[in-house]
Design a protein around this ligand. Structure first.
Ligand code: ASP
Length: 289
């Protein structure tokens, strides 16, 4: 049985001096997931491991280095879906935790599918999550007048393991300078992500309100169910953004491990590996050689 893992580091413009950091970060995340999958580990474990790397990397807008809201604070959204049981776990507008993806993953075993704000943090505390002062997630110098802002550097990962299980995960600091309490597409199933072993898995990045209004993840899943190839499915989903505007990029794999990815942003940092590839591939644009 085959295994596959694909990650993204956001649908955004990548400045030339940031290209290496984006490639390196995505490849490190792939390596963490690959180490689990090639030992026969689960897709859920692989997705969590890959996203934890991206959450620790200040190159990406997730965990450490997240964007700041209009109050100058970090509020994060993250989600995990286990396609074998259709279990969902998600947190939104959570503060003061190092790895929101691990809290989303812990929620897979619990009845609620989404916890927000203080409730999400209380769940994290009760389950021994790694806590921090909210300000510790802010990059040095990023809260001053010359603050560095990201575009859409949400991170995501989809994996298929050797038992045929598919998992999808997302993690984000949201969009820069949004209203406190704003929640984007990333913790919303059918919008920013979805996974079903019988169909495939998908994760998006981009303008959350536009992705939510056009149900991009649901569109990809429906296309896969209709036997479209992942590449065609994700490309077709992005055409729906024309009605509302906005930028996005998505990574997809189907139940037999075929991969697709597409974006209408100038760049989309993506890396992937399968059991039949010698080394992972990384790209910053679809038309990159
Ligand atoms: N999709 C995310 C959001 O709207 C932002 C991103 O992709 O960086 O919260």
């Amino acid at each position: 049985m085959t295994w596959v893992l694909i990650v993204h580091g956001g649908a955004k413009e990548i400045a030339p001096d940031q290209e290496d950091a984006n490639r390196r970060g995505c490849l490190e995340a792939v390596a963490a997931g690959q180490a689990i999958l090639e030992q026969g580990g689960s897709a859920v474990d692989a997705v969590e491991a890959a996203i934890r790397i991206l959450e620790s990397d200040p190159t990406f807008n997730a965990g450490y280095g997240s964007d700041l809201n209009a109050d100058g604070e970090v509020e994060m959204d993250a989600a995990m879906m286990d396609g074998s049981s259709l279990s969902l776990g998600a947190v939104a507008a959570i503060q003061g935790v190092r790895h929101p993806i691990s809290i989303a993953r812990r929620m897979l075993a619990e009845p609620p599918t989404l916890l927000v704000g203080e409730g999400a943090r209380r769940f994290a505390v009760a389950h021994g999550a790694e806590l921090c002062e909210p300000g510790e997630l802010i990059l040095p110098g990023s809260d001053g007048p010359d603050r560095k802002t990201h575009d859409h550097d949400t991170v995501g990962c989809v994996a298929l393991d050797t038992s045929g299980r598919i998992a999808a995960g997302t993690s984000t600091g949201g969009l820069d300078e949004t209203l406190p309490g704003r929640v984007g597409d990333s913790p919303l199933p059918g919008c920013g992500f979805y996974a079903d072993d019988q169909v495939g898995g998908v994760a998006f990045s981009g303008d959350g309100e536009c992705i939510a209004r056009t149900l991009l993840a649901a569109r990809v899943m429906q296309a896969l169910e209709g036997s479209q190839l992942p590449q065609a499915a994700v490309e077709a989903s992005l055409t729906h953004l024309a009605r509302v505007g906005g930028e996005a990029g998505g990574i997809v794999l189907d139940r037999v491990g075929r991969v697709g990815w597409a974006h209408n942003s100038s760049h989309f940092a993506v890396a992937w590996v399968t059991d039949s590839m010698r080394t992972p591939l990384v790209r910053l644009r679809q038309d990159e050689e």
